[in-house]
Design a protein around this ligand. Structure first.
Ligand SMILES: [Mg+2]
Length: 220
């Protein structure tokens, strides 16, 4: 019998995996450019282009995910702005049902690049902490999930058996880093934003979202 080979730990990303990335896309790509354009009196389209190229410089780094960094960069109280827009924070289809069922059989750990304050806001609004044994923000470890050193640091932090752990995440660079480290399996989420088309999962096995009927078979 190979029952012990089944994964006993599921590592789940937050934004775009459990929660709808529509909120984050709205916040960073719509709300902030509008706010900055209004303050400067410059056209929205030019402001949006500048902000997108600024984002491109930091994507994949811990700064990209850091509220303090962007609060200083834009001189906007992003915590207050995020709280004001928080009625848009919601679960992706099937996420709660999946978490409730999976948590009866496996250890569930939330692993997010989100800043601890964003994690706290979202956890308070959605009650997501109740589904997980632990919530880990990459900022606690000082490394983004895209960075190879993140994964051994996470292993030490939560006591992980990498071969018997599975990561579900919507970020292909994150999944690539986890696979290179030797996690038992990586599964990509193809539709992290409920308002946008599906995305390319790269070399990873994938599901549309956590409601996808093919997911149980992928988890073994
Ligand atoms: Mg994500």
């Amino acid at each position: 019998m190979q029952a012990s080979a089944a994964p006993h730990t599921l590592l789940l990303d937050m934004d775009g995996t459990i929660l709808d990335l529509a909120f984050d896309n709205y916040f960073w790509q719509e709300l902030i450019p509008r706010f900055v354009a209004r303050r400067s009196g410059r056209p929205l389209s030019a402001t949006r282009e500048e902000i997108e190229s600024l984002y491109a410089q930091y994507r994949g780094t811990l700064e990209w995910y850091c509220l303090d960094f962007w609060t200083a960069r834009f001189a906007i109280d992003l915590r207050a702005l995020k709280a004001a827009a928080s009625q848009r924070i919601r679960y992706l289809p099937g996420a709660r049902q999946f978490l409730a069922a999976a948590g009866r059989e496996r250890r569930l750990i939330l692993v997010t690049n989100a800043h601890g304050d964003t994690l706290a806001l979202k956890a308070a609004l959605t009650g997501l902490a109740g589904y997980f044994e632990q919530l880990v923000s990459a900022h606690e470890l000082g490394l983004a999930k895209e960075q190879p050193d993140f994964w051994p640091a996470l292993e030490r932090r939560v006591g992980l058996d990498p071969r018997r752990s599975v990561l579900l995440d919507d970020s292909v660079p994150v999944l690539d880093a986890a696979a290179a480290y030797g996690l038992g399996a990586t599964i990509a989420i193809r539709r992290p934003d409920s308002g946008r088309p599906e995305q390319d999962p790269g070399a990873h096995r994938s599901v549309r979202d956590l409601a996808d009927r093919s997911l149980p078979a992928l988890l073994g």
